[in-house]
Design a protein around this ligand. Structure first.
Ligand code: HEC
Length: 393
């Protein structure tokens, strides 16, 4: 498939993924806020647990929450599940188009592990499947009876997964895989647990029987996990635009800090929705801030003092970019599959290299995202020369 067509497929899938993802996260945010804002009021109809008054878009809304089924369920009862399912489907399609199709470029870094594209794809699929089954087993195990212990165990599971994938894939591939593993857990939670349980509960209520309380408790456990995982996943999904996240060699640690920061931010929003006063939630601000500050510290570029004395001429730099960059980063790339310079970055003249100096340093000197998949086998020495030229300007 030509690079141009593949780019369009990629863009349309990404767009669709964002649309349904916003739908999923939007409804999830809305229902959590709604649930936490329900109040018991005088003269509530029978069977109503609480009500909320809301104003939006020029009208007032009065919402009542029933814990038992009303006398008859309306035929047009609205279920919220397709947002979740389609987010997973479009995300998986995007994984194929972006990472499996170009596994050599985006998923594999031979310096981490020399894999064939087929091997990388099999490991990727296995990671998604294993992630779900291990998570589900933890939830069903004895640990699952204690919500705090379970949250800790799920956190450890994700960090271990991050450690493993960052020793298998490129940094960029590792970051997206942790996002995909968590996203798969969240979507299967909806598809395999929350919706089936809701159907059983609804059937019991309609039959006038008391539903098995375990069904509701298990759904609650899974939705709390989904709630706290939402924000870390969002950051991981855009991580590929920020190569600095993968330059430390300790990508798992960056991911652990993102999990803490994202869950902390979600906690603040949850408790704010519930109407908690500031003095009860203030601690979550420094906790989130410390996690993010630590992530910034861990990923900060470390100046390499040995570069200071290194003299590199313009001619040497031009030779390096001609050999390693310009096949793709030229006005008319000669590299197969590229019709235009990727991201509009042209690297032919010395001025080009200087114009994009910061990006080049991030991609090639402190990080190793470029040359793509290190196809041209750029050496450590060449990276240091490029770094010395740009950093000693
Ligand atoms: C095989 C083709 C190829 C080669 C060779 C290559 N690049 Fe790239 N480059 C890409 C692609 C594709 C992207 C867009 C990546 C993405 O989608 O995130 C890119 C993006 C970039 C960006 C922009 C990143 C951003 O901020 O979004 C920079 C800077 C860059 N490359 C520098 C280099 C340098 C420096 C070299 C040589 C040392 C190089 N590239 C070699 C294909 C290549």
């Amino acid at each position: 498939m030509s690079g141009f067509v593949l780019e369009w497929v990629n863009l349309i899938l990404r767009w669709a993924h964002m649309i349904v993802g916003i739908g999923w996260i939007g409804t999830s945010f809305y229902f959590i806020a709604l649930d936490l804002s329900l109040r018991r009021r005088k003269n509530m109809p029978e069977g109503v647990y609480g009500t909320a008054w809301e104003v939006h878009g020029g009208g007032f809304y009065h919402v009542e929450k029933y814990l038992v089924a009303p006398k008859s369920l309306p035929p047009d009862l609205i279920w919220f599940k397709w947002e979740a399912y389609l987010t997973w489907v479009t995300g998986f399609a995007l994984l194929i188009v972006q990472y499996y199709w170009n596994a050599n470029a985006f998923l594999i870094n031979p310096a981490v592990l020399p894999l064939l594209p087929s091997q990388a794809v099999v490991i990727s699929l296995m990671s998604l499947i294993a992630g779900w089954f291990l998570y589900d087993a933890l939830c069903r195990s004895a640990i699952g009876r204690n919500p705090t212990a379970l949250a800790g165990a799920v956190f450890v599971l994700i960090v271990v997964a991050a450690y493993i994938v960052s020793h298998v894939f490129s940094a960029r591939g590792a970051l997206i895989h942790v996002g995909a593993i968590i996203g798969t857990i969240m979507a299967v939670n909806v598809f395999g647990v929350i919706i089936p349980n809701q159907k059983k509960i609804t059937a019991s209520l309609v039959a006038g029987e008391a539903p098995d309380p375990r069904l509701g408790a298990v759904s609650k456990q899974r939705s709390v996990h989904n709630n706290y995982l939402t924000l870390p996943v969002l950051l991981l999904m855009v991580s590929n635009h920020y190569p600095m996240l993968g330059t430390t060699g300790e990508t798992w640690l960056v991911i652990a800090l993102i999990l803490v920061g994202g869950a902390g931010a979600r906690h603040i929003l949850n408790r704010h929705d519930a109407g908690d006063p500031f003095y009860r939630i203030w601690w979550a601000f420094p906790a989130t801030g410390v996690a993010l500050a630590a992530a910034i510290y861990v990923t900060a570029p470390r100046p390499d003092p040995s570069l200071a004395g290194l003299e590199v001429s313009e001619g040497e730099v031009l030779t390096i970019v001609a050999r390693h960059c310009a096949t793709c980063h030229a006005n008319r790339p000669s590299h197969e599959g590229f019709d235009e310079p990727p991201k509009g970055v042209v690297l032919v003249s010395i001025e080009d290299v200087q114009t994009h100096a910061d990006q080049v340093v991030a991609q090639t000197v402190t990080g190793d995202a470029m040359p793509l998949g290190n196809e041209t086998e750029m050496t450590e020495d060449e990276r240091r020369q490029l770094g010395a030229f740009l950093l000693n300007r």
